[in-house]
Design a protein around this ligand. Sequence first.
Ligand code: SAM
Length: 243
Amino acid sequence: KGILYIVGTPIGNLADISERARRVLTEADVIAAEDTRHTRKLLNHLDISTPSVSYHEHNRLSRTAELADRLEKGERIALVSDAGMPGISDPGEDLIREAVQREIPVVPIPGPNAALSALVGSGIPPQPFAFIGFLPRQQKERVRELEKWRLTPATLIFYEAPHRVLAMLKDVESTLGDRQAAVARELTKKHEEWLRGKVSECRRWLEEHRPRGEFTIVVSGASEEEIREQQTEELVWWESLSL
Ligand code: SAM
């Protein structure tokens, strides 16, 4: 049997490629890439000529079995996405699960990741944390999703597109409350920027400076007080029922 390598690639700064990632990409039989043209730029920069095949949202169903068959025949496949760790709000999950089911060795080659970088730089307690990724685009569903996390005592990490970040912060404020937050923009790049403060303060700043680039948002978890208040409310409700 071959090996499936899950290779982390830079999220904006090419110097973040690891030595091990470079070696695995060089020695693999094939690179399964979210966007082969995008990855080719990285490979050219690294002077690597390993062939690549596309593995993305729209062909993953057919490609998963095909790539797993190749693994079973003994090939070494390096899975990469456009940026960061494959599988984290990126394609990869299906192939990894298939390889695990077929008992093919799966080896992650850790690399850059926006969520963890934002978490550790946020100044908000990093443990426990929950990675939410992208919220739904529609406001109603977005609020419904946020509701699910309202009483979770864990720091929450979100990804968001620049044109939705303001709407998202407004919903965070109205659904979770005006908590402590950090907005990390363009991590690892030349114009890396941080906003740290209350959700409302980050929102106000972004209202005055049109959001551009890539954003990761970290929001503190529900406090013990918020959880206790909710429990008291529920108790009152139950007691009113049993009267
Ligand atoms: N797989 C990637 C990872 O491991 O971080 C995430 C891919 S996801 C499709 C892309 C989203 O991640 C962006 O929309 C943004 O929310 C976040 N992101 C990626 N690069 C970033 C950066 N340099 N700075 C801040 N956020 C970033």
